[in-house]
Design a protein around this ligand. Structure first.
Ligand code: MF3
Ligand code: CO
Length: 258
């Protein structure tokens, strides 16, 4: 069942989303060659707490950290640790915050220093895929219109969609119905209605779409070792069209919008 939210509830999600977006903006300032993913996790958690929120990831099914940090060929769910990031890496960072009973979830793939042109294209392709998916979050559309738009944008850019991981409904819980695949034919599934709130999150690979789970039972990487990118926003379907909830009001940081 897809739980629709009132305007007041969407406002609460946007308050959580502001903390998520500000956390990602702060991580942007922290990420440089030599920083460890564990240090990024600490900085993120400290900031989230300073704003009165808590991480929606920590403790979720036993997940041990506040954020996920997934470098290069890692797709998602990397556990922050003592490893440093290096010039030329890409690093996907996923942040979820609970505030006042509501969750918001967003991810961003950063370039560490100068990155190769093909890596840059992958990041742009994933952002374009996210933007295409968000644009379909309109009342009257079908859920799979979102999925289809993401797939088309990804494949037009020359990349592949990870099949085994999906976007999701979000609200009082981090994961609500429906599941939102990032591929598929248009015109299927439930009709989108105002008040529905989704985490739209393309995960796309430079090579083949296949992925594997590491022995830590969290980290997921590409089988062929190709680079992977992940961008995510929490979005509400409203009478005025899609409303992105994981944004910061600071105009200087709008570079982080898709
Ligand atoms: N943000 C992820 C998602 O959208 C959840 C991360 S898994 C966790 O599904 F354990 F870290 F929370
Ligand atoms: Co998510």
């Amino acid at each position: 069942m897809i739980i629709r939210k009132s305007t007041a509830e969407i406002e609460k999600m946007a308050n959580a989303g502001r903390i998520v977006a500000d956390t990602i903006a702060r991580l942007h300032d922290h990420i440089r060659p030599g920083v460890t993913t564990g240090e990024l996790d600490e900085a993120a958690e400290e900031y989230i707490r300073s704003q009165g929120g808590t991480s929606s990831f920590k403790g979720y099914l036993g997940y041990p950290a506040a954020i996920c940090t997934s470098p290069n060929d890692m797709v998602v769910h990397g556990i922050p640790n003592g490893r440093t990031v290096s010039e030329g890496d890409i690093l996907s960072v996923d942040v979820g915050v609970v505030l006042d009973g509501f969750v918001a979830d967003s991810a961003y793939t950063f370039a560490v220093g100068e990155i190769a042109a093909d890596a840059e294209r992958l990041l742009e392709g994933c952002q374009a895929a996210l933007a295409a998916g968000i644009a379909q979050c309109r009342a009257g559309n079908r859920l799979s219109d979102v999925s289809h738009a993401i797939q088309v944008a990804t494949e037009e850019a020359g990349f592949s969609v990870v099949r085994s991981l999906v976007g999701h409904g979000i609200g009082r819980a981090m994961h609500e119905d429906p599941q939102i695949p990032n591929y598929g034919p248009p015109g299927r599934g439930p009709e989108l209605q105002p008040g529905m709130t989704f985490a739209i999150e393309p995960m796309i690979n430079a090579g083949a779409p296949d992925v594997y789970l590491h022995d830590d039972e969290w980290s997921i990487s590409t089988i062929d070792g190709s680079l992977s990118a992940h961008f995510e926003h929490t979005v509400a379907v409203t009478d005025e069209g899609p409303k992105i909830l994981t944004v910061t009001p600071n105009p200087a940081e709008t570079v982080l919008l898709p």
